[in-house]
Design a protein around this ligand. Sequence first.
Ligand SMILES: NC(=O)c1ccc[n+]([C@@H]2O[C@H](COP(=O)([O-])OP(=O)(O)OC[C@H]3O[C@@H](n4cnc5c(N)ncnc54)[C@H](OP(=O)(O)O)[C@@H]3O)[C@@H](O)[C@H]2O)c1
Length: 349
Amino acid sequence: MSDTAVSTLTNHQFRLASRPVGLPTRDNWSASTEAVAEPGDGGVVLQTLALSLDPAMRGWMNEGRSYIPPVGIGEVMRASGVGRVIASKSAHFAVGDMVSAGFGVQQYVRLGADEFKRNGMVKIDLRMGSLTQWLNVLGMPGMTGYFGLMDVGQPQSGETLVVSGAAGAVGQTVGQVAKIKGCRVVGIAGGKAKCDWVVKELGFDACIDYKAGPGAVREGLKEHCPKGVDIYFDNVGGEILDTVLARINRKARIIICGAISQYNATTAIAGPKNYLSLLVNRARMEGIVVFDYADRYHLAVLEMAGYLKDGRMKSKEDVVEGIEHFPEALLKLFNGENFGKLVLQVADQ
Ligand SMILES: NC(=O)c1ccc[n+]([C@@H]2O[C@H](COP(=O)([O-])OP(=O)(O)OC[C@H]3O[C@@H](n4cnc5c(N)ncnc54)[C@H](OP(=O)(O)O)[C@@H]3O)[C@@H](O)[C@H]2O)c1
C-alpha cells in the first residue's frame, strides 16, 4: 500500500476510560477513531491482524507499580499482536513483512525508527508456525512456559510436574515441553472438556478438574502424583497453590508465573498459607517475567517450531473475531470460557 493510501485509513481503537474494581466492564473502555498518518523517516505503519488477549492486561489496568507501568487513563490499551507492514520508510522492514509487535488494541499503529526496539517489533516467519501460533506456543505465552519450565523448573526425566491453567496458553506449552523432557505431567484445569483434551490430545498423564467439587485437587494429587510433586508451574495462585504446596517433594521447584484467581480480587489477595512446606522440603519458589528472556526467545522458537513440525507439540487457539468484541472477549480469560490461547482477530490475513 502506498503512503497516500495509508493516510485515507481510519484507525478504530479501544482506550482505557477508567480503572476497574473487580472484573472490567464496558464502562472501563472508550472507543475512539483516528486518521492514520504516513510513516516518518525510518518508520513504519503496521496493520493489526490478530491481538493476544492476556490475563496480564487486567494488571495493566490498575494504578500502581509492577514490572511494567500501568496503562494511563485515555491511552490506547496495551496489547501485543501480529500484523503486517503496510507502509515503510525503514531500511529494515519492507511493506508486506509480517511482524510481532506491541500494537495496542487498535487496527493500525505507526512506529518511529527509535521505537522499534522498545516496542519489541520483530519479523516472524509463517513457515515456522501460523499467525495464531505466533501468539501462542511461538509467542509470549510459549516463551513464558518454556523459560519458566527450563530455567526455574529445571525438569529432570522421571520427575513429576503439575501445571495449573493446563489447557490455557502457557499451560499447554509447559505440559507438552515437560513431557518431551521426560516428566510425568499432571494438569489442573476447569471442566471435563479441558481435562480430556490435555490428556487425549496433548498426552498429559492425567488432569485434575478443579471444578469437580471440594477436595478434587487434593484427592487428584494423591491419586495422580503418588511420588509427590517435584515441579509445580503455578498459573493460578490461591487455594490451588496451597493444595499443591502440601504435596511437594524435597528440593521441589515452584514457578510463580501468575495468579489469575486473584487478579479481580476486591480485597487483599490471598497469599499461600502452606509456605512452610518450602522450609520442611528445602524447596524453592521463584517468580518469572517472560521479558527477561527476550534475548533467548529465538532459541526457544526454533526448538518449539521443530516440535510443532514433527508433531510432538500441538497448539490450540481460541479466536474471537472483530475488534469491537474486545471488552467481552477479554472477560473469557477470567471465567474460563477461553479454550486455548485467546486471540482477537482484527483483520483477515
Ligand atoms: N510471568 C509472566 O511473564 C507471564 C507471562 C504470561 C502469562 N502469565 C500468567 O500465566 C497465567 C496463564 O496465562 P495464559 O495467558 O496462559 O492464560 P490462559 O490459561 O490461556 O487463560 C486463563 C485461564 O485461567 C483459568 N482461570 C481463570 N480464573 C481462574 C480461577 N479463579 N482459578 C483457577 N483458574 C482460573 C481459566 O482456565 P480454567 O477453565 O482451567 O479455569 C482460564 O481459561 C496467568 O496467570 C498469566 O498472568 C505470566
